[in-house]
Write a new protein. Structure first.
Length: 420
């Protein structure tokens, strides 16, 4: 009996020692912890908000930490607040929305999220989730953004900066007022996207009319040398923006009608780290561009494109899209929040199936001029790892549902006026 008692005491003591060691090995990390190449192996088994760092890092994020000097500063996630009208729309109209597997098109959508309860077991889950994003990404009915593009050479640093205006006006799915549809409902959005400085690029840009149908967009570009506009082909949605690393299809990470992609599939549901509490960092009091933007991007240390923002745990859908053959990419993988249709990260692959570009957008909770609560993309990197080059956009100022902008302001003549 004494022998059995001693055995039990030894076992209990051993378990206690094991648990003490395990606790010392795996700890809950405090807010402000920095994940970098010097710390990643030491803290991968530790947790943040109850989830291991290993489980929160995507493959490409970890690869950048180890090989490209990326540093992630942890901060606690906050509940996402959305416009009540947006939520009411989803509840009121979702039952009448229909998905057609033959055409992969959607009918019956009025406003809000068309498919609020997508199951991972649904064979069309990938399509429906991207339709949610395409129709109902909560950026507001009018996005009025003045931004700068930073062109970054991964070996030499900041090459140049350009100022642009991005103005997108929704004609359908409007939640800022009771009139959800303007005009006859054939147009989904109109977008003005044009460079305003410096002088050598001023006027480069487009005016795009996006229809709520499989019909390709109508897009016009301003030709500086001829001082006139020219209509572009229907494939302009997959062309590069000016001389930047970003495609038109990379605006908001995904900028195509879902049915234009021959195949979209859901890969998984998981937790990741994403930048969802971003801060504007442009300092207009500084003259040196490196100092002007140094609070948003690490312009002093190679590869000069890594962001200076905080990162929070978010649960996401991982979705893979196969674009048409003429598209530069062979596939695009995106990471979209499961609670509302916002894409945080994207990966683009070349025609050989090799990793090519990384897209990372930083989100900021925003209140529109009408009081709407939305989630705005205020900074983002498109990194071309093959070219060792990046294009970063950073907002200097922005507004949502700007009361001074009318539907009549969205026109080809407006593009010409801005360009000239």
């Amino acid at each position: 009996m004494q022998s059995m008692k001693r055995i039990r005491q030894t076992v209990v003591a051993g378990l206690g020692a094991f648990m003490t060691v395990a606790g010392a090995i795996a700890a809950e990390l405090p807010e402000g912890t920095v994940i970098d190449k010097s710390s990643i192996d030491r803290i991968k088994s530790d947790t943040f908000e109850g989830k291991t760092i290993a489980s929160l890092l995507t493959e490409k994020l970890e690869w950048q930490i180890r090989n490209w000097n990326l540093k992630l500063t942890l901060s606690h996630s906050k509940p996402v607040e959305l416009n009540q009208r947006y939520k009411d729309c989803s509840k009121k109209y979702a039952d009448q929305v229909k998905y057609d597997p033959a055409t992969r098109e959607v009918s019956g959508w009025v406003c809000g999220v068309p498919f609020p309860n997508v199951s991972a077991d649904d064979p069309h889950a990938g399509d429906k989730l991207i339709w949610n994003f395409y129709y109902a990404s909560p950026e507001g009915d009018i996005a009025h953004n003045r931004l700068s593009y930073l062109q970054i050479n991964g070996d030499k640093g900041l090459e140049s900066t350009q100022d642009w205006l991005f103005l997108r006006y929704y004609y359908k799915g409007r939640t800022s007022d009771d009139n959800h549809v303007l005009d006859d409902g054939s147009v989904l959005t109109k977008t003005l996207f044009v460079a305003t400085a410096p002088q050598d690029v001023k006027g480069v840009g487009t005016f795009t009319v996006r229809y709520d149908s499989p019909k390709m967009e109508d897009t016009w570009a301003y030709i500086k040398s001829a001082r006139r506009t020219r209509r572009l082909s229907g494939g302009a949605w997959m062309d590069p923006i000016g001389g930047l690393d970003q495609l038109n299809d990379d605006i908001y990470i995904w900028n195509a009608r879902p049915s234009w992609y021959p195949k979209i599939k859901l890969l998984s549901r998981r937790w990741i780290l994403a930048s969802t509490d971003a801060k504007l960092g442009y300092d207009s009091t500084k003259k040196d561009p490196v100092e002007q933007w140094g609070r948003t991007t690490d312009l002093k240390n190679p590869p000069y494109w890594n962001p200076i923002q905080t990162w929070q745990p978010r649960e996401v859908w991982v979705i893979e899209g196969t674009p048409p053959e003429e598209h530069p990419y062979s596939k695009k993988i995106v990471y979209m929040d499961v609670n509302y249709p916002k894409i945080y990260l994207g990966e683009a692959y070349d025609k050989k199936g090799e990793f090519w570009k990384f897209l990372n957008f930083h989100i900021a909770p925003t209140v529109g001029q009408d009081g709407s609560k939305v989630q705005s993309s205020i900074q983002g990197e498109t990194i071309d790892f093959k070219a060792r080059h990046a294009t970063i956009f950073v907002y200097r100022q922005y507004s949502v549902n700007d009361k001074g902008i009318k539907a009549t302001d969205m026109s080809l003549s407006q593009l010409e006026a801005i360009a000239r």
